[in-house]
Unconditional design. Structure first.
Length: 307
């Protein structure tokens, strides 16, 4: 049994002994254990209609943005929007009600400002006993390639551990539009050192932008190895992509295979095919310069809808 799986089991047992209600994606949906790319996602599920659709379709993890409403109330909205027909309280009540009926869904909450984190977590804490499904807490807390100001990392991690240590942490990097760089050792060590400094013990999934991650296999592998060797918390990756990003698909496949398909969630705006190392070289040779073809197709599809 691999060290990561042993650590995950140990963490779960410790949580049980401490009286924590722990629901991991791989426990909730054991069929994805060997290939986390099988998890399906909704995005910016920030209205009653979008939430109803995500609850009714094949979505497994419902991603939604938490922002500050007109009266300081946590609402589901992505900046610059400051209004919504869906509050965080309503979002939680609806998801809980559906899961109590037997619908299997998890949630990923993306916090856009540190000011809304504590009010949101206080609210979530009041329904903690009903959260019998995966809950992820996401914020960009480290300056990444070309990125701007992050959500305050110390406050975010402290608040998550205080109010909802059962949840999976999703601490990410701010990134820019140009995306000419990659994740450096410094970027990855900044994140790792912060997690260690804050004595993180919750499961962690690191959001990695596909275009950057495809060029950062060595640096990301080093981060994962450090986490495994120190045995402080179980770690996975979550690969994501903007619709207009051009991604080196061979590089992305190499990242997934290097880390392990059982440790990499994939949430991208194209039809993703789980890689097989034996096929990568032959496919690359056959395609020639076609490694970004699928990304180009996703851009063409996007532009056809917009225009």
């Amino acid at each position: 049994m691999g060290g990561f799986k042993v650590l995950t089991i140990m963490w779960t047992l410790l949580g049980m002994l401490a009286g924590l209600k722990i629901v991991e994606v791989t426990d909730y949906w054991p069929e994805v254990n060997e290939d986390l790319s099988r998890v399906t996602w909704s995005h910016a599920t920030n209205s009653h209609q979008e939430l109803a659709e995500a609850l009714a379709d094949g979505t497994m993890m419902i991603e939604a943005d938490v922002s500050i409403g007109p009266n300081g109330e946590p609402i589901m909205a992505h900046p610059p929007a400051t209004t919504s027909d869906l509050s965080l309280q309503q979002f939680l009540d609806i998801v809980i009600a559906e899961t109590e009926k037997g619908t299997k869904k998890g949630i990923k909450l993306d916090f856009k400002a540190i000011e809304i984190v504590e009010p949101s977590l206080k609210l979530i804490e009041t329904v903690k006993g009903k959260l019998n499904f995966p809950v992820w807490l996401n914020a960009d807390i480290i300056v990444g390639p070309g990125g701007g100001d992050p959500v305050d990392p110390d406050m975010f991690l402290d608040l998550c551990q205080k109010y909802l240590p059962e949840a999976t942490l999703s601490p990410g990097f701010t990134t820019g539009l140009g995306l000419l760089g990659h994740y450096t050792d410094e970027h990855m060590s900044d994140l790792y050192n912060k997690l260690v400094e804050k004595r993180t013990f919750s499961p962690v999934t690191v959001p990695i932008r596909a275009k950057l991650g495809a060029k950062s296999v060595t640096e990301i592998k080093k981060f994962m190895d450090n986490a495994d060797n120190d045995n402080l918390f179980p770690v996975t990756l979550t690969i994501w992509s903007a619709i207009l990003d051009l991604v080196d698909l061979e590089g992305l496949s190499e990242l997934v295979l290097t880390v392990g398909k059982d440790r990499v969630y994939v949430d991208v705006p194209w039809d993703y095919e789980s890689p097989d190392r034996s096929l990568i070289a032959s496919e690359a040779k056959a395609k020639g310069g076609g490694s970004i073809l699928r990304s180009l197709n996703s851009i063409i599809n996007f532009l056809s809808v917009v225009f």
